[in-house]
Ligand binder design. Structure first.
Ligand code: ATP
Ligand code: MG
Length: 414
């Protein structure tokens, strides 16, 4: 029996809180697992930014990556390691780079999801390039923005086709506002999307591997209060629908970790933003839900690293498309069929067996850890990075109290 150490790398940006909790919990789990013919232990390390030869062997078995969408050096290190060293990474960087919001809307429309009517319009302004004038003169046509607006209907949203973090998003009530927003949109390529209006529920469904958590979201609340702690806002059928949607999206794009935003109107959930392959992980937004996320990341990454799970490098969309193309199937049935593929791709059954066998003590370890000064320090670090000095104490206590409420609700695991 060989002793093997699996190395889990954390490739981080402004992530201060969850990595500390993740590292401490993995350490406290003290895993030494019999896997096949080996005994497997785990080590965590922060992925640093260094020059590298493309032929250097990768030092990690699995990386949890949080900067792919903006930091190219580590992204390219990870890409070379996937190609050359069979690294497993959350999330697939090739897919993140290629799939902006726009492609995710298109793909899920193809699968029959009720995505609101969405148009793309050419940008108002351009960076000058040698060929710009000729290209625009030859191919750009005048178009009637007002007519597009009335075809979509008001209210509608103008938002960047590749957006995130609410940058450049505006809600538009009429043609005058649409024209004004377009005048001010600069070089960004924009979508116009019919508003789901009025909606009676806004949820975010987070997926980590096959694990999901549905949270009621208050988009108009201040940042620290958008994830609510309400319960019972969806019934079992709705919960299954949201989970099925999320896992379908995530496996379609090869994202193990993503969140899907959906709005409910007249009993239908309309997904409006699900290209979030670097979803919020900070205690300052997740508060009460933060321990769930840390535990979910621990479970999935340990499972993937321990079992030598192979990363799906190519997307393989055909099985989903085949279902989409079947005639006369109601959407809910189709979605169930997509989700079956999703759960299979995520090895849900094997994952659950693995957790029951090897990670049964995680509940106890995490419950204990989230009561320690080290956990509180992790919270304070993130708060200090985001809040003005005079609010650090107040908000540290507020997020800490939310975590303690989570502990109370969980109850000490036996
Ligand atoms: N079609 C829509 N119907 C109703 N509300 C919408 C729609 N599209 C966007 N919104 C509102 O605008 C907000 C921002 O839009 P969206 O999520 O697409 O952009 P984002 O830049 O990804 O923002 P974030 O980072 O907050 O998710 C949503 O949280 C929602 O409140
Ligand atoms: Mg959003």
């Amino acid at each position: 029996m060989a002793q093997v150490t699996k190395r889990i790398g954390l490739s981080l940006g402004a992530d201060l809180c969850w990595p500390i909790c993740y590292e401490e919990i993995v350490k406290a789990l003290a895993l030494d697992l019999p896997v096949g013919k080996d005994r497997v232990r785990f080590e965590t390390a922060r992925v640093s930014i260094d020059p590298f030869s493309l032929r250097d062997p990768c030092r990690y078995d699995l990386i949890l990556d949080r900067v792919t969408h903006w930091y190219s050096t580590s992204r390219e290190y990870i890409k070379k390691a996937v190609l050359m060293d069979d690294l497993y990474v959350l999330n697939n960087p090739f897919s993140i780079q290629a799939m902006e919001k726009h492609s995710t809307y298109a793909a899920m429309m193809r699968l029959g999801f009720p995505i609101p009517e969405t148009w793309m319009i050419p940008p108002k302004d351009y960076d000058w390039t040698e060929d710009l004038k000729t290209t625009l003169r030859s191919y750009a046509h005048f178009f009637d923005l007002g007519e597009i607006g009335s075809r979509i209907g008001y209210p509608l949203f103008m938002k960047p086709y590749d957006g995130g973090a609410w940058v450049g998003v505006s809600r538009i009530e009429d043609e005058g506002a649409l024209r004004a927003a377009y005048e001010n949109s600069g070089k960004r390529v924009m979508h116009l999307q019919k508003a789901v209006h009025p909606f009676d529920l806004f949820v975010r469904c987070i997926g980590v591997g096959p694990q999901t958590r549905i949270i009621k979201y208050e988009a108009s609340a201040p940042l620290h209060a958008r994830y609510t702690t309400e319960k019972g806002f969806v019934d079992a059928e709705e919960a299954r629908l949201l989970e099925d949607m999320t896992l379908t999206i995530n496996t379609f794009f090869g994202w193990d970790f993503n969140s899907c935003e959906a709005l409910r109107k007249d009993g239908t959930f309309y997904p409006i933003d699900f290209a979030n392959a670097c979803p919020d992980s900070q205690v300052t937004s997740l508060h009460f839900h933060f321990p769930w996320l840390v535990k979910a990341k621990v479970r999935w990454s340990i499972f993937a690293a321990a079992t030598g799970r192979r990363m799906r490098k190519t997307m393989d969309w055909d099985p989903y498309i085949a279902i989409a193309d079947e005639r006369g199937m109601p959407f809910r049935e189709r979605l169930a069929a997509y989700a079956k593929i999703a759960r299979k791709r995520l090895d849900e059954a094997a994952f659950e067996r693995f957790c029951a066998k090897h990670l049964a003590h995680l509940d106890e370890v995490a419950w204990t850890f989230f009561g320690t000064p080290r956990a509180k320090e992790a919270v304070r670090l993130k708060v200090a990075a985001l809040f003005p000095g005079h609010e650090v104490e107040e908000f540290t206590e507020r997020f800490w109290a939310a975590i303690q409420r989570w502990r109370e609700e969980e109850g000490r695991p036996s």
